[in-house]
Design a protein around this ligand. Structure first.
Ligand code: SAM
Length: 213
């Protein structure tokens, strides 16, 4: 399979996975529907391949599967992506229009261990997403990123992570719960695409948390 087709397949599977874990989550739906605009923060997003898929799914959840009103004055969904790598962020900025079909995208280069310092991001995100979190390769850094990500959540907001491999997912689940996250669901991706490293695959696991009340 060509790499472009592989990416499309990965996105189709990620879409299914997000719907599976969020579609019946009343709290997430309430958070997404609570204001005019649903706000998503995609942390450590790299080139943010998933920007469109993620904003599509959340727009559908916000609108109860009604089509997004593309003529409305403001965006129904605003996705902000942040990563420490400027080149990947520049790629994301090139790939996604600033405003498209009732969705707005913005991408920033920055250190996600210091989200509090990024005042331009604002607060109260409905969903904070971390695709392929990298806890295994820097536990201290990623504990800071998890902690900072959770602080950016609105009251009913959801922290959603995906992981490449089993042990990393298990350790991240423990860390996030230690840091004040309440696990709502964790799900294995039955269709996850295997990578060359044994045991590692695309969006192998997904988990959803809320802040402990
Ligand atoms: C495994 S990659 C995942 C990238 C992307 N989410 C994906 O799924 O393709 C981990 C990402 O974390 C980013 N990262 C690592 N430390 C970071 C930090 N302190 N602040 C922001 N991004 C960071 C890296 O630059 C990299 O893009």
């Amino acid at each position: 399979m060509k790499s472009e087709e592989r990416l499309k397949t990965d996105m189709r599977r990620l879409r299914g996975l997000l719907k599976k874990v969020l579609a019946d989550d009343e709290g997430a739906r309430r958070a997404l529907q609570s204001g005019d605009e649903a706000r998503i923060l995609d942390v450590a997003c790299g080139a943010c391949i998933e920007a469109e898929t993620l904003s599509d799914v959340l727009a559908e959840l916000k609108n109860g599967d009604a089509p997004v009103d593309v003529d409305s004055a403001g965006p129904a969904v605003k996705l902000t992506g942040i990563d420490v790598r400027a080149r990947e962020i520049a790629d994301a900025q090139l790939r996604f229009d600033k405003m498209k079909d009732g969705r707005e995208f913005e991408f920033l280069t920055g250190d996600a261990t210091k989200l509090e310092g990024h005042r331009e991001l604002g607060e109260d995100f409905d969903v904070v997403f971390m695709r392929h979190q990298n806890y295994w390769n820097g536990q201290r850094t990623w504990e800071e990123i998890f902690d900072q990500g959770m602080k950016k959540l609105a009251d009913n907001g959801r922290l959603v992570i995906t992981s490449y491999f089993d042990k990393e997912h298990e350790l991240a689940l423990e860390a996030i719960q230690r840091l004040g996250g309440k696990l709502i669901v964790t799900e294995e991706n039955a269709e996850s695409r295997e990578l060359s490293t044994v045991g590692k695959s695309i969006d192998r696991h997904i988990a959803v948390f809320e802040k402990k009340k």
